[in-house]
Design a protein around this ligand. Structure first.
Ligand SMILES: CC(C)(COP(=O)(O)OP(=O)(O)OC[C@H]1O[C@@H](n2cnc3c(N)ncnc32)[C@H](O)[C@@H]1OP(=O)(O)O)[C@@H](O)C(=O)NCCC(=O)NCCS
Length: 181
């Protein structure tokens, strides 16, 4: 899907490629761009579009509001933290956010889509774009923590790879997704 594979990344050592050097993508009415470091307003605007259930799924527990420390962490972007924001049509409000935190060749991921836009393929596009960026940066697997049933998260992870490695960690599923070539 992504045509943004950077020429320089093909020649660089895999662990020296930055996940921050990515550009905006446009896919059938959806615009995806990297979050600007420290853009807490966008993080809050998406959080405000999540209902109680979605927040509980995303944060594995009740989350009526984000603390300043959480907001600082969620809006931080650097060589190891990469965040994508999706917009739909001409709506200036964020429709979804996907993030990864790199740990060597692996990355912990999390994503959320505004309640009223779920089930329309946005999560799939965000995850595929995040995976393309990750591959370009030399990342070979994603790790997602999935709490509760969360069939839609499982569905989009399975679309990324048929061979998920599912482990239980403190009552939550930790899912390892190989990214392939
Ligand atoms: C998980 C999430 C990001 C998915 O986003 P989305 O935009 O709804 O995802 P998509 O529309 O691309 O795909 C959802 C898939 O789940 C499937 N799905 C939904 N409910 C399902 C169910 N009960 N059983 C099986 N599959 C289900 C849909 O059919 C769809 O697959 P399909 O396209 O093959 O039909 C979104 O639901 C969300 O924000 N959830 C709350 C936060 C969260 O749980 N984040 C994940 C933990 S980090």
């Amino acid at each position: 899907m992504s045509t943004r594979w950077p020429e320089w990344a093909k020649n660089a050592g895999p662990d020296r490629r930055s996940v921050t050097a990515m550009h905006a993508t446009h896919v059938s009415g959806i615009t995806i761009r990297p979050l600007r470091n420290g853009d807490a307003a966008t993080v809050v605007a998406l959080f405000d579009r999540l209902g109680e259930g979605a927040r509980a799924s995303r944060f594995c527990g009740a989350k009526p509001r984000l603390t300043d420390a959480e907001l600082d962490q969620l809006s931080r972007v650097d060589g190891n933290r990469h965040v994508l924001v999706a917009y739909v049509g001409g709506d200036a409000r964020p429709a979804g956010i996907a993030r990864l935190v790199r740990d060597g060749r692996s990355a912990e991921i999390a994503l959320s889509v505004a309640d009223e836009l779920r089930g329309r393929g946005l999560g799939t596009v965000l995850l595929e774009t995040l995976a393309a960026d990750a591959r370009a940066a030399g990342i070979t697997s994603f790790v997602a923590t999935v709490c509760g049933d969360n069939p839609s998260m499982l569905a989009i992870l399975r679309r990324l790879s048929a061979s998920l490695d599912i482990r239980w960690q403190r009552g939550e599923r930790e899912i390892v997704v190989p990214l392939g070539a």
